[in-house]
Design a protein around this ligand. Structure first.
Ligand code: HMG
Ligand code: MG
Length: 295
């Protein structure tokens, strides 16, 4: 298997759905610890409305105090206002996001899909003018909590639009963790007829325990960028019942055991997850973490 790029999203996707509010100081410490464990791509926060996601209301502070480490720092920006906030900080690159189903899109960012596209285009253009790279997320690719099945044609249409806008990569979100491997294979096969594998990433929430198997299907299909969160932190506050992302530990273990070097030190990563677990006052779901803690 070729090189795999792991994008650590726990500090954003993970913390946005945890009831506990961590301090900006603790977040900075976690960033350093994750980098010391070998994480190279780190999504640190979101410049969204603080009332919509209070857990990340310290985005400006966190992103203005990023440790000077060999890490690419990324943050979510929903609109021009979010980008303008982000541009004042030390974040290296950004990500826009929307859903492939109208109802989830409205619940999440208060607009229809059609209304969202020009908002994102403005953000992408402005980011490019500032010399910044920008990623695109498409949510509800494998199912919407409000509308059920989402046609793969809609996903392809949206991905093509976003690529034309100039995002460098699209992360395909299984927002509510419903996908199973056979379906991921089929949908990817269809998407890959119009989109290059090198421009796609997999973002699997592990709600029903299929995250790792789905990630493996992505790798076999040539999609070598995967989003994960340490300990398996995470969810989406506007997708009821959505659980955390596929745990970074579980993916790293599978890859290393299969001979793929990730550059991530599993022991250090687990120590970081155990540390955050204490602050959140709840056990994190990563399977590998549980076995590590039991040893
Ligand atoms: P809105 O209420 O429609 O915004 O929210 P608006 O443009 O009408 O403005 C209303 C007020 O919000 C104004 O303030 C604006 O200034 C302010 P007022 O005049 O009333 O005082 N405002 C902002 N303030 C700070 N930062 C901003 C901003 N924009 C407007 N950027 C908005 C629209 C997008 C802001 C809101 O819906 C929002 O913040 N949503 C975020 C939801 C979210 O973060 N969801 C989770 C992330 S997505 C996800 O997790 C999925 C993913 O992981 C992939 C997957 O798993 O599928 C990526
Ligand atoms: Mg997510």
């Amino acid at each position: 298997m070729a090189e795999v790029k792991i994008v650590e999203v726990g500090l954003r996707d993970g913390l946005q759905n945890e009831p506990a509010m961590l301090s900006a100081e603790l977040k900075r410490e976690l960033i350093s610890r994750l980098a010391e464990a070998g994480v190279k791509h780190l999504e640190v926060t979101s410049f969204v409305h603080p009332k919509w996601i209070p857990q990340l209301s310290d985005a400006d502070l966190v992103a203005s105090n990023l440790p000077d480490l060999p890490v690419t720092y990324r943050a979510l920006v929903p609109n021009r206002q979010g980008l303008e906030r982000a541009l004042k900080t030390g974040v290296d690159e950004y990500a826009v996001f929307m859903s492939a189903s109208d109802t989830h899109n409205r619940k999440n960012i208060n607009k229809s899909m059609k209304e969202t596209l020009p908002v994102l285009k403005e953000v992408v253009d402005l980011a490019h003018q500032e010399g910044k790279r920008i990623r695109g997320y498409v949510s509800t690719v494998f199912g919407c909590p409000y509308e059920g099945e989402v046609p793969v044609k809609t996903v392809a249409w949206l991905c093509e639009h976003l690529l034309q806008m100039g995002v460098y990569e699209i992360s395909l979100g299984d927002t509510i963790g419903v996908a199973a491997p056979q379906e991921v294979k089929q949908k990817l096969n269809e998407l890959l007829t119009v989109l290059p594998a090198s421009r796609l990433a997999g973002h699997f929430h592990d709600t029903r325990g299929t995250g790792l198997a789905n990630a493996y299907v992505c790798l076999e299909a040539g999609v070598h960028t995967l989003d994960t969160s340490f300990g398996g932190l995470g969810g989406c506050p506007y997708a009821p019942g959505a659980a955390g992302n596929l745990a970074t530990e579980d993916l790293v273990y599978m890859l290393e055991r299969s001979g793929v070097k990730t550059g991530i030190d599993l022991n250090r990563l687990c120590e970081t997850s155990l540390y955050v677990q204490k602050h959140l006052n709840k056990p994190l779901p990563s399977k590998f973490l549980k076995s590590y803690a039991a040893e």
